[in-house]
Design a binder for this molecule. Structure first.
Ligand code: R5P
Length: 316
């Protein structure tokens, strides 16, 4: 492979602010492209810069409207491939559909795999992802995968807060490994909540807390906060078990509808700490919601990929 010049960063409509901040980190200009929908709802993308033999990065978290943003990314990748880009990396800071990752009921899809196949078919050589719902989703991709984690950034945020006696709490058994790694970073013990999801909707039931949270600040740690049901019901059971206060921390703050209002209204939920892998609309902003910027991490990963340096070394 022969690549000319520095990395070229492009963005679709999903999160242009993030792409701009990545460019600021890399001290480069955002690549020019136009994208719009025809009257018949078909998406069109035209890349306005020459990308022949260039190292192209297309930044597009698959956030609302999820299906439109996925389609736009696929079309963007196709346009770059047909314009003879030297290498194409899809930078997907939030990979939606990752939760649809197994056939755990009769006659259901594995959409996380389907989207990964489409990204490969469109022409991406690599993908950069941030904190997948489950690490094994990496295996859905036939392209090279670099999975980044915001865990050190979030741990640093809490270390600087110096909350005193804390306990890290996994809001369900599935997130216990991730929470254990976070607990090690912030030098705290781990507790685990036993959670049950009711059906295919977003209702959850918390059953028990395994571990001691009494008199401590509890930091709930997860990959994403979606409707907030998990964090809200966890905060409730943590209060019943005598925790001093609760912090909800996750890489991705999806917060559809009134999720942000519901979360910030919980009295013992002191703060919600997320990153900006997906945009946080103005109406969802609140003094209790802190956003830790992800652009320096993604920007540094792009620099290293472009220069052939280790990405893993960022996390050791
Ligand atoms: C699920 O297993 C994930 O790790 C999160 O706990 C989940 O996505 C949170 O969803 P919600 O905020 O809707 O409860």
């Amino acid at each position: 492979m022969f690549l000319n010049g520095g990395p070229m960063i492009f963005t679709g409509k999903a999160h242009p602010d993030l792409a701009t901040r990545i460019c600021e980190y890399l001290e480069c200009n955002l690549g020019r492209a136009e994208f719009f929908k025809f009257n018949n709802d078909n998406t069109f993308v035209k890349i306005l810069d020459n990308v022949r033999q260039r190292d192209v990065f297309i930044v597009q978290p698959t956030t609302f409207p999820v299906n439109d943003n996925i389609m736009e990314m696929l079309i963007f990748i196709d346009a770059a491939r047909r314009a003879s880009a030297g290498r194409i990396t899809a930078v997907i800071p939030y990979y939606s559909y990752a939760r649809t990752d197994k056939k755990d009921q009769p006659r259901v899809p594995i959409t996380g795999r389907l989207i990964a196949d489409l990204i490969h078919t469109a022409g991406a050589d690599r993908v950069v992802l941030v904190d997948l719902h489950a690490a094994q989703v990496q295996g859905f991709f036939s392209t090279v995968v670099d999975e980044l984690t915001a865990l050190p950034l979030l741990a640093d945020y809490f270390l600087k807060k110096n909350l005193g006696e804390i306990v890290v709490v996994a809001p369900d058994i599935g997130s216990s490994r991730r929470s254990r790694d976070f607990a090690a970073r912030v030098n705290a013990p781990l507790a685990i909540i036993e959670k049950r999801r009711l059906g295919n909707n977003d209702r959850v039931e918390t059953l028990n807390v395994i571990g001691n949270v009494e008199g401590k600040y509890a930091i709930l740690f997860d990959d994403e906060i979606n409707t907030g049901s998990t964090m809200i019901s966890a905060a409730k059971i943590l209060a019943e078990h005598g925790s001093k206060g609760v912090y909800a921390c996750a890489t991705h703050g999806i917060l559809p509808g009134d999720a942000a209002q519901k979360l910030t209204a919980v009295p013992n939920l002191n703060e919600i700490v997320i990153t900006d892998t997906v945009p946080l609309e103005e109406r969802k902003r609140h003094p209790k919601i802190t956003v830790v910027p992800i652009a320096p991490l993604v920007g540094e990963a792009i620099r290293r990929i472009h220069e052939g340096q280790s990405v893993g070394a960022l996390f050791t």
